[in-house]
Design a protein around this ligand. Structure first.
Ligand code: HEC
Length: 245
């Protein structure tokens, strides 16, 4: 009898663990926007990978990610990976993602070497990244002419200024910092947010490539536990049938 109660108990403990929200690592920053990402949307992740290669790898690297792994996980053939994501004749399909800019040159240009972005979605969080990439504003006092509401005095230029347009920092009704678009970019704000969502989705996948398998496996485990719960319940009824009479 105890065994049945134990099995019951374990089922609930397991369910509790599986259903409890995972705590995001890193400290909480006020005013972050929730990242609109969908890790189940392969087309979005593929667009994100393309953006990352075209717009970020010129300065940043992703030392922990290999091109062929992206292909396998996001459903691209080796030929597609080569055509769409690999730049440079000496870069192989099994290579890790290296920046095209030498570290010393980056240091001279920006006063800091742009950090490796493999794990940034985990160290900073997806919401931080999503907010950061949308929070550049014009600030003539800064060397590159831009500042960032989420990362004060950042040394990175706004690489999406053409798409986003120009934002300035203003004060809201309660004295809070608000960013207002003063010059529209080539994209509407909704289109721009969608693009940043694709990019942050890819960076979240990159920070934990097993996330795709983990999520689908999690559903199977929950299904298994549900079936087990029914079986264990029937077993309990059977054990107690004679005693209850
Ligand atoms: C022109 C060079 C350049 C490009 C292109 C660039 N960055 Fe940066 N980025 C930098 C520099 C320099 C820093 C360091 C800023 C600092 O520490 O002040 C930085 C910092 C960052 C950080 C902060 C990292 C941290 O945890 O401190 C993130 C996130 C980031 N970049 C994301 C991106 C993404 C995503 C792209 C592509 C859309 C991109 N960057 C394109 C130069 C660049």
């Amino acid at each position: 009898m105890n065994a049945v109660k134990y099995a019951y108990g374990m089922c609930f403990v397991l369910l509790g663990v599986l259903l409890s929200p995972v705590q995001a690592s890193g400290g909480k920053v006020e005013g972050l926007v929730k990242a609109e990402i969908d890790l189940g949307d392969n087309a979005s992740l593929q667009r994100g990978a393309q953006l990352f290669v075209d717009r970020c790898l010129s300065c940043h690297s992703a030392n922990l990610m290999r091109y062929n792994r992206i292909g396998q996980d996001l459903g691209l053939s080796d030929a597609e990976v080569k055509a769409r994501l690999i730049r440079g004749a000496d870069v192989k399909i099994g290579s890790t993602m290296q920046s095209t800019m030498p570290a010393a040159l980056a240091n001279t240009a920006f006063g800091v070497v742009p950090p490796d972005l493999s794990l940034t979605a985990r160290s900073r969080g997806a919401d931080w990244l999503y907010s950061y990439l949308r929070a550049f504003y014009v600030d003539p006092a800064r060397p590159l002419g831009v500042n960032n509401l989420v990362f004060k005095d950042v040394g990175m230029p706004n690489v999406f200024w053409r798409e986003q347009g120009e934002q300035v920092l203003t004060k809201g009704a309660h004295g809070e910092a608000v960013l207002s678009l003063v010059k529209p970019g080539s994209m509407s704000p909704a289109e721009f947010d969608g693009m940043i969502g694709d990019l942050v989705g890819f960076m979240s996948y990159m920070a934990e490539p097993a996330v795709l398998q983990r999520k689908s496996l999690g559903l199977w485990v929950l299904g298994f536990l549900a079936v087990l719960l029914v079986l264990v319940f029937l077993l309990k009824q059977d054990y107690w049938r004679d005693i209850k009479k």
